[in-house]
Design a protein around this ligand. Sequence first.
Ligand code: GDP
Length: 197
Amino acid sequence: LFAAPCAFFFGAQHVDQLPPPDRPEIAFAGRSNVGKSSLINALTGRTRLARSSSEPGRTKQLNFFDLGGRVTLVDMPGYGFAKAAKAVKEDWQQTMFAYLRGRPTLARVLLLLDARIELKASDREVMELLDRAAVVFQVVLTKCDAVKPGALAAKNREVSAEIGKHPAAYPVIVETSNETGLGVDILRASIARVIAE
Ligand code: GDP
């Protein structure tokens, strides 16, 4: 699946302007700076496919990437900006909820969590959003190269305890690193399996 070419084809700022739901979709969500662009690039073998949220332009929209005509990868806007106004956050939540709830082809959300950082209220809020939208989500730990094995084990326990409270959570946590390539193959296989279902 991932040997196929991957290309950006659509950016949506509102849920009333999404591309037709004609293929299975896998969406990537996470706090800004979690390593989402880097992971999408690592998965697809591209270097500048997904742009970092630290770059202006493609940040506050849903970005759609076609992978070999078989699956659409969706880069969701990073959340958790500390400085964002309450109204902006609420607007983001409403847009995301509308997308999550209303997208019949959305097969799974990969929820990225930085292995170095404790779970934040915004992460829990997104998990609750996914529960309410009844969209299966799988936690992907990023930047695992940057934590010691003991800390990584503790992080896994923290996340396991949290997802135990969320009915929409898929129980397997994937550890990844864009530095070492850890977990990239597992994630590719996991996505291929979801698509085959
Ligand atoms: P995004 O905002 O979620 O799209 O995050 P980016 O992909 O732009 O990455 C944010 C920052 O984290 C950048 O400075 C990356 O170099 C760094 N980063 C991304 N992936 C990894 C990783 O696997 N390990 C480490 N140590 N740093 C990473």
